[in-house]
Design a protein around this ligand. Structure first.
Ligand code: GDP
Length: 140
């Protein structure tokens, strides 16, 4: 059964471009409730750990460098069927293929620098949320 939580990060490119407020506004306007929120920065080691599943992919080094080059905003979001609903809101990995009105279409620059992360399963949402937040930092 689908849970009602997902995990997101506003990535360094969108933070650098000044889109934190607009993206959080889009997220809230779409009916997601923020239950945890943090402005932070990943070390290269932590970024590598977060994206360990992509270790064998040719873009892994580039991805780790990108995700650790500046601050990010991490959040846990709540909404019915949250994982799927949020993937719809952010759009395709490559902004060139993302639907009109999606967050990646509006704010992303490229397939690598694509503005936001969204968990791809309930299991990963729980793992990724726990990676960034202690239980005492989550207000559900
Ligand atoms: P997502 O679930 O839509 O984020 O996409 P993936 O799980 O396939 O990839 C994870 C992240 O790796 C993406 O969000 C991008 O930041 C990055 N990425 C994916 N494909 C590429 C690529 O071809 N080149 C580069 N540089 N980064 C990529």
């Amino acid at each position: 059964m689908a849970t009602n939580r997902t995990f997101t990060m506003i990535k360094p490119d969108a933070v650098e471009s000044g889109h934190i407020g607009a993206i959080l506004n889009d997220i809230c306007a779409a009916g997601f409730k923020i239950v945890a929120l943090k402005y932070t920065k990943l070390s290269a080691e932590k970024a590598g750990e977060f994206y360990a599943v992509h270790k064998e992919r040719p873009f892994y080094g580039e991805l780790v460098e990108f995700m650790s080059r500046g601050p990010i905003v991490a959040a846990i979001l709540e909404k019915e069927n949250a994982v799927e609903a949020f993937r719809t809101l952010i759009g395709a990995t490559n902004p060139a293929n993302a639907a009109e009105g999606t967050i990646r279409k509006k704010y992303a620059k490229s397939i690598g620098e694509n503005a936001v992360h969204g968990s791809d399963s309930d299991e990963n949402a729980a793992i990724e949320g726990a990676f960034h937040f202690a239980g005492t930092e989550i207000f559900g």
